[in-house]
Design a protein around this ligand. Structure first.
Ligand code: 0A1
Ligand code: ZN
Length: 874
């Protein structure tokens, strides 16, 4: 485990490497406890660098067996080797030489799941961000692009399948039941994209003909016997390949494209060139148990990794500060893909909900950082919602500002200009400046400045002058290390809606640039005057969520109700209703804290009924509208003094009133949505199921509700409703027991069972989680198990985790430290669940702080966990 060195990496310290590695040959003799790796590296001194410059290679926990240059073994005084560094003190004077390294590693003992490790007896690798240095010494940085040839050798019976990046070149049998395969990847790539997989796996085969007529062989490898569960993933892959051709003109470039699903994986998946490695959760889907969210995730992640082939692999990042160059852009591309495959409006709402749930609290808390950070101690901790999701929003804003044609022209120029390079955010912005002739300097602050900007908006209508005025003021709250903020360029899409529901137009506008339905906010204050507006319109702002900001609008409830029923922009219509719900919940929260019964306006519950039954709206959209803001969404909007029990009570009270008001309508609609035909994962069917599930959630609050949920419990969604709404009842206990008995042997399905129980609201769940950690199917070494149980408990169970006596935090801190011994990366990510501790009411706040301090005082903490804990406390 890499313990904390306290070293801070800074963007301004970037220097090109003195040496390059144009070619890399690797030879692996695989064995679980002692894999022998021989690396033959062609080293080139960069033009202008003095021959005396030592060659310093990165390592991590490595054992060096031998080192030679141009065929001659080095003498002891010619180099220095430690587990994390190899220094060649006096490299040859020649500009180019060959370095041969032999290392030995133990994949079976690698529990950090970085570098070469074993998952279910399969050898696999994970090298992003700095895992390659756990395989051999290397210039393990993304601007070192190398052409790889890889030979893999293993006993045939243990590993009949031998895969690496690129195209297969050669394979053959050897003595003693061994065999080998050679792979060559003609595209220069950074070491973080290296991959190797070896083992006994089942294959789903497919093929794809590219736009220029090349045939690509597709393979998805899974645990033997699970092939039938990978059909949806294969279908999603083919659709992704076609979409990238149609939407971005990007064609696949190798003869084969392989995906391997493994059971032990730190993240979702990895885009290694030609050999994506996936967490099996995002490949395997059983119709009986997979939720519609599972299918949507598989589709999105298959697409995401595939799209990286151009945005990330062909054009990679110069250094890890530029992570958003590949991630934000690729998330933007996968969002667009899903929007095209499904409903654009529904997808956009779901994206915004995710952004608000994960990125806003990051941006508003101690872990806030710019989309392109300038500093890091541990890069693993920067695979964040800010880099990914806000990074995607920034790309979306570029498209909003330039329009679709110039955006596409910029992307074409980006691919043309930077193919084969390790690029920067400046390079990316420059292509859009070049195609449009615009200056994006102020816009670039979206990459450089942390924090969620806020716009305060008020309006006045002067009937006599037929003038409508918007007063808009921007502010960016201070964030750690950035107390003063500069003014940003915020593209604010908007519309005026008249009393008849039709758009209201204007004759002229002054006070800001307004084009194509977008107000360009660039100054602190804008007074935007629209002339020729005779009636006072309702104002629909940030349509389509054109900018990732918060809005404080002085708007009457009547206007919100009106927009919730009439806004022609589906996102803003959803937003109007959601704002009404949020406002009502916050008011109820305050009433509960004051010891009062919460009261809700009757028209809110009635509106929920009308939305549910509005046949003009697609079912998936109605389902999203009916989903009340989550407990943590409400907490975020309240800001401070959070008492999760009071929020829970407010939310329950509103849900109950909506259910009671609409009992008959919800019940009839629920019945009418019964799906008797064969299962289909398509978006329309998923939408009907989503609506049915949310109706069930409401109906379960009525006296007859438990029985209704119990009738449909094979469905994961119904089991969750029953277990959460009726926890402890005989029906719930029986249903959970039956589910466990039925899926005992299936780890991924049982994860849902862990997840549902970890999410049961209330103080008793801490003990349940503790007990479940002893369940035979639970393993502290497996990231999916840990995330299902501990991750769900700490980030999706507000009343359980934030139990007033602090027991939830204690269990959490203990478990994080236990996970950390094996897997610092997963532990650090879990630990971020405490990032909003300062917004809690004082009692809980003190206990949460204590849990953080308990972690901080542990000696030899990993760099990953120390970084998170210390920044959270700072
Ligand atoms: N590049 C991957 C994410 C990823 C990052 C780090 C990893 O290390 C364990 C694994 C995956 C993606 O964006 O999908
Ligand atoms: Zn990615």
């Amino acid at each position: 485990m890499r313990t904390d060195t306290g070293h801070v990496f800074k963007l301004e310290d970037y220097r090109p490497s003195d040496y390059l590695i144009p070619r890399t040959s690797l030879d692996f003799r695989l064995s679980p406890d002692a894999t022998h790796v021989t690396a033959l590296l062609t080293i080139e001194r960069r033009e202008g660098v003095a021959p005396t410059a030592p060659l310093v290679l990165d390592g991590d926990a490595l054992t060096l067996l031998g080192v030679a240059i141009d065929g001659h073994a080095l003498a002891a005084g010619d180099y220095e080797a430690t587990p994390d560094r190899l220094t060649i003190l006096k490299p040859p004077a020649a500009q180019c030489f060959e370095l041969r390294l032999e290392t030995e590693i133990a994949p079976s003992r690698n529990e950090a799941l970085m570098g070469l490790y074993r998952s279910n007896n399969v050898y696999c690798t994970q090298c992003e961000a700095e895992g390659f240095r756990r395989i051999t010494y290397f210039l393990d940085r993304p601007d070192i692009l190398s052409v790889y040839t890889v030979r893999v050798e293993a006993p045939h019976n243990e590993a009949p399948l031998l895969l690496s990046n690129g195209n297969p070149v050669e394979r053959g049998a050897l003595a003693n039941g061994r065999h080998y395969a050679v792979w060559h990847d003609p595209f220069p790539k950074p070491s973080y994209l290296f991959a190797l997989v070896a083992g006994a796996l089942g294959k789903v085969a497919g093929s794809f003909t590219t736009m220029s007529g090349r045939e690509v062989e597709l393979g998805i490898y899974v645990e033997p016997g699970k092939e039938r569960l990978a059909g949806y993933a294969m279908d999603a892959l083919k659709r992704s390949m076609k979409w990238d051709e149609d939407a971005f003109g990007r064609e696949y470039d190798l003869d084969v494209f392989n995906i391997v699903a493994v059971s032990d994986f730190n993240m979702g998946a990895m885009e290694n060139k030609g050999l994506n490695v996936f967490n099996d959760k995002y490949v395997l889907a059983d119709e009986e148990t997979a939720t519609d969210a599972d299918f949507a995730n598989i589709e999105a992640i298959i697409a995401h990794e595939y799209f990286h082939n151009w945005t990330g692999n062909r054009i990679t990042c110069r250094d890890w500060f530029q992570l958003c160059l590949k991630e934000g852009l690729t998330v933007y591309r996968d969002h667009e893909f899903s929007a095209d495959q499904r409903s654009r409006a529904v997808k956009r709402i779901a994206e915004v909900r995710t952004l608000r749930a994960h990125q806003f609290p990051e941006d508003q808390g101690p872990l806030a950082h710019p989309v392109r950070p300038r500093r890091y101690r541990e890069i693993n901790n920067f695979y964040t919602a800010t880099v990914y999701e806000k990074g995607s929003e920034v790309v979306r804003m570029i498209r909003t500002i330039l329009g679709p044609e110039l955006f596409r022209a910029g992307m074409d120029l980006y691919f043309e200009r930077h193919d084969g390079q390790a690029a920067t955010i400046e390079d990316f912005l420059k292509v859009f400046e070049d195609v449009s002739g615009r200056d994006l300097a102020q816009f670039a602050l979206w990459y450089h400045q942390a924090g969620t900007p806020n716009l305060t908006v008020s309006s006045t209508h002067n009937a006599a002058a037929r003038e409508f005025i918007l007063e808009i003021e921007q502010s960016v709250p201070p964030t750690p290390a950035e107390s003063r903020k500069r003014l940003m360029h915020i593209p604010l899409a908007f519309g005026f809606v008249g009393a008849d529901g039709k758009p209201v137009t204007w004759a002229a506008v002054e006070g800001a640039t307004v084009d194509d339905g977008v107000i360009h906010i660039r100054k602190r204050r804008h007074t935007v005057r629209f002339s020729g507006v005779s009636e006072r319109p309702s104002v629909s702002l940030n349509r389509g969520f054109s900018a990732p900001i918060t809005l404080s609008v002085q708007q009457k409830a009547d206007d919100q109700f009106f927009l919730a029923a009439h806004d022609s922009d589906p996102f803003s219509r959803w937003q109007a209703f959601n704002t009404l719900l949020t406002d009502a919940l916050i008011a109820a929260f305050r009433q509960i804290l004051d010891g009062k019964e919460p009261v809700f306006a009757a028209r809110l519950a009635e509106l929920a009924g009308r939305v549910a039954c509005d046949e003009a709206l697609e079912p998936a959209y109605r389902a999203l509208a009916l989903a009340l803001p989550g407990e943590s969404d409400i907490a975020r909007d309240i800001g401070k003094g959070i008492d999760p029990d009071a929020i829970f009570a407010a939310r329950e009270a509103l849900a109950r009133i909506i259910a009671e008001t609409n009992r008959d309508a919800f019940s009839a609609l629920y019945d009418s949505l019964a799906d008797n035909g064969p299962f289909s994962p398509d978006a329309a069917s998923a939408g009907r199921r989503a609506l049915r599930n949310i109706l069930l959630d409401y109906l379960s609050l009525l006296p007859e509700g438990a029985a209704l949920a119990a009738r449909s419990v094979i469905l994961v969604a119904a089991l969750a409703v029953l277990a959460h709404r009726h926890s402890g009842t005989a029906e719930a206990e029986q249903a959970l027991a039956a589910f466990e008995a039925r899926y005992r042997g299936d780890a991924l399905v049982l994860d849902k069972w862990f997840q549902i129980q970890a999410g049961v609201p209330g103080a008793q769940t801490v003990d349940k989680v503790r007990a479940l950690m002893q369940h035979p199917a639970f393993s502290i070494a497996n990231p999916n198990r840990v995330r299902s149980l501990i991750g769900t408990f700490s980030s999706a169970n507000q009343t359980g985790f934030h139990r007033p006596d602090g027991e939830g935090y204690r269990l959490f801190a203990e478990t994080v430290l236990e996970v950390e011994k094996r897997n610092p990366q997963v532990a650090a990510r879990l630990a971020t669940a405490l990032r909003s501790w300062r917004s809690l009411e004082p009692g809980r706040q003190a206990k949460a702080k204590q849990a953080l301090l308990d972690m901080a005082k542990v000696e030899n903490l990993s760099a990953d966990l120390r970084d998170i804990v210390e920044r959270t406390l700072a």
